[in-house]
Design a protein around this ligand. Structure first.
Ligand code: ZN
Length: 554
């Protein structure tokens, strides 16, 4: 009797009790994610139910060992584990503090292993299960930055991208979206399929392109599917169509399908624009999904998730759509290797998202958007921090004005410095070199240096790795000569805080309406002389709005 009781306790502990989850969004410690093993593929099977907050999962994770290691660490938290096998044989493991340490002593470097983990429970984060904005049950993943670990075991860091396939058993009336291509039409789930036993269908999606774990998502709910058409100039190597064109569609709650149209209307135009400007679209399709992401939009590869509330309220979120579509190239395809280089994702998506409007709505609209983002930078609370800021411990704090508008402004200034032809040549080269891979700021800088033949170290040092921006003060002194002629001495001071650098930039110094001379600003105080017949009415710098700077005496 006593023994039976102990066995009962053991079973109830190992099958039911879920460990307490770790906190979301904590920055990894240095070298937490080593190259000692690489994840090649995640094969994820998830069972969902119509009223259930519980999930059942089986993850088959293919890895390659690069070194002999005693344990393979995977991120996983808040769910209970039923079994772990390596290559179909059971293995020892330790599951604590958000990690599974899987015994790997009997394996050797260069071996390929399949780790199979069966698990279940109610996810504490990452997979958001509950009522949608209209009160209907829905399930949507929301992984950024490192919340995939709350619903599937993973090496949950952007440095290790992998392919992923999903087998999702979901209530019959639901539709299920995920990354990649639908590999077969949904069919009635097998009776022994994992998860609740109810009327369900099984959906299979697969991404043959490696993507970061923060991009690996599923969305399951009752949804309308609206096909917008085909982006003919996507040139996607992963497209199921021989001409590389991709299908673009919207998945929305039926209550909001009509309201969402203005926001998504120009999606095809956007895909075509970015593919022409940057390089081939990387994925199999593009779907805009109304979902329960906590963000305004989340750029999940080939299945972008947008805030359900914004769409239900009928807001036009076209600027967000352009930003998220631009992310398919930057962030998803060229992924920041370390979180601290997030501007390679967010700054790029912000700038390219805005470039779409320069092309479609004209230069004035574009400059207005850039001016707005300039003000966001001036008013932000991170002006004393560099864009790449290694001191941030809470990854959500990286979603700041440095990584978004200031990152975009860095690209804008680089474009101003190099000119359109060289700038876009550099961008296409950078994309063709790093697509489906990862990159750091240095990789981008070196590519732009190669293409331009210029040393850009000072540029990246001051704008990316140092805080602030120039705050300019003009002083003018008119020295009259005979017969109304004279000259103007202009003093330009950089008056920003001492802990911000003295900035180096090239621009134009102008007076009256149209007279300009090229200037290079590289000192705290500089003097320039203008010969003019009359005393100029106005003196100004940067007439074409290429430089991120503020004025002391506005
Ligand atoms: Zn973004």
């Amino acid at each position: 009797m006593k023994q039976a009781f102990i066995i009962f306790l053991f079973i109830s502990y190992s099958f039911c009790q879920e460990p307490a989850p770790i906190k979301s969004g904590i920055a990894p410690y240095k070298n937490e994610y080593s190259k000692k093993f690489d994840v090649i593929n995640y094969d994820l099977e998830i069972g969902l139910g119509e009223k259930s907050e519980q999930i059942a999962g089986i993850a088959n994770i293919t890895i390659v060992l690069n070194k002999n290691i005693k344990q393979i660490p995977l991120d996983f938290t808040g769910l209970s584990i039923q079994s772990i096998l390596i290559n179909n044989s059971s293995t020892n493991y330790d599951y604590k503090k958000g990690k599974i340490f899987i015994d790997a002593k009997k394996f050797e470097a260069s071996q390929t292993l399949i780790i199979s983990i069966a698990y279940s429970g109610k996810p504490d984060d990452g997979l958001i299960i509950g009522k949608n904005v209209h009160g209907n049950h829905s399930v949507f993943a929301d992984n950024w930055p490192n919340r995939a670990r709350f619903w599937f075991p993973s090496k949950d860091h952007p440095s290790d991208k992998a392919t992923v396939s999903f087998t999702i058993h979901a209530p019959s009336k639901w539709k299920v979206i995920a990354n990649g291509a639908l590999i077969e039409e949904p069919k009635i789930s097998a009776e022994n399929a994992i998860g609740p036993k109810e009327s369900r269908r099984t959906w299979k999606w697969k991404s043959n392109v490696p993507i970061p774990t923060y991009n690996m998502v599923i969305g399951a709910a009752e949804m309308d599917i609206t096909t917008l058409g085909v982006a003919s100039f996507a040139y996607s190597p992963s497209s199921p169509r021989s001409d590389g064109s991709i299908e673009v569609s919207n998945w929305t709650f039926s209550e909001d399908t009509e309201k969402s149209q203005p926001s998504f209307m120009r999606s095809i135009e956007m895909v075509n624009f970015f593919a022409t400007k940057i390089g081939p679209y990387p994925y199999e399709k593009l779907v805009n999904v109304q979902s329960s992401t906590r963000f305004g939009g989340m750029e999940n590869a080939s299945a972008i998730f947008y805030s359900q509330e914004a769409i239900a309220k009928g807001r036009n979120i076209e600027s967000t759509v352009s930003h998220e579509i631009a992310h398919q190239w930057f962030g998803d395809s060229v992924t920041e290797k370390e979180w601290y280089h997030l501007w390679l994702s967010e700054g790029f998506a912000t700038y390219f998202g805005t470039l779409f409007f320069e092309q479609s709505n004209g230069r004035d609209d574009f400059i207005e958007r850039m001016e707005k983002s300039k003000n966001r930078i001036f008013q932000s609370n991170v002006t004393d921090r560099p864009i790449v800021d290694y001191e941030v411990r809470d990854l959500f704090k990286l979603l700041n004005s440095n990584n978004y508008p200031k990152g975009a402004w860095v690209l804008h200034m680089l474009r101003g410095l190099l000119g359109d032809e060289i700038f876009f040549k550099g961008i296409t080269r950078y994309y063709s070199k790093y697509n489906n891979k990862t990159a750091l700021t240095d990789d981008f800088m070196k590519t732009m240096e190669e293409v331009s033949g210029k040393n850009l170290q000072y540029f990246f040092d001051q704008w990316i790795f140092s805080p602030g921006y120039p705050i300019i003060e003009f002083k003018q002194n008119w020295i009259p000569r005979n017969k109304g002629k004279g000259k103007m001495i202009i003093t330009i001071n950089q008056t920003q805080k001492k802990k911000w650098p003295t900035f180096i930039f090239e621009s134009k110094l102008c007076w009256d309406d149209d007279k300009c001379i090229p200037v290079k600003i590289d000192q705290k105080t500089q003097w320039f002389e203008i010969n003019s017949d009359t005393k100029p009415d106005s003196i100004y710098i940067d007439p074409e709005n290429w430089i991120l700077m503020d004025y002391k005496n506005k």
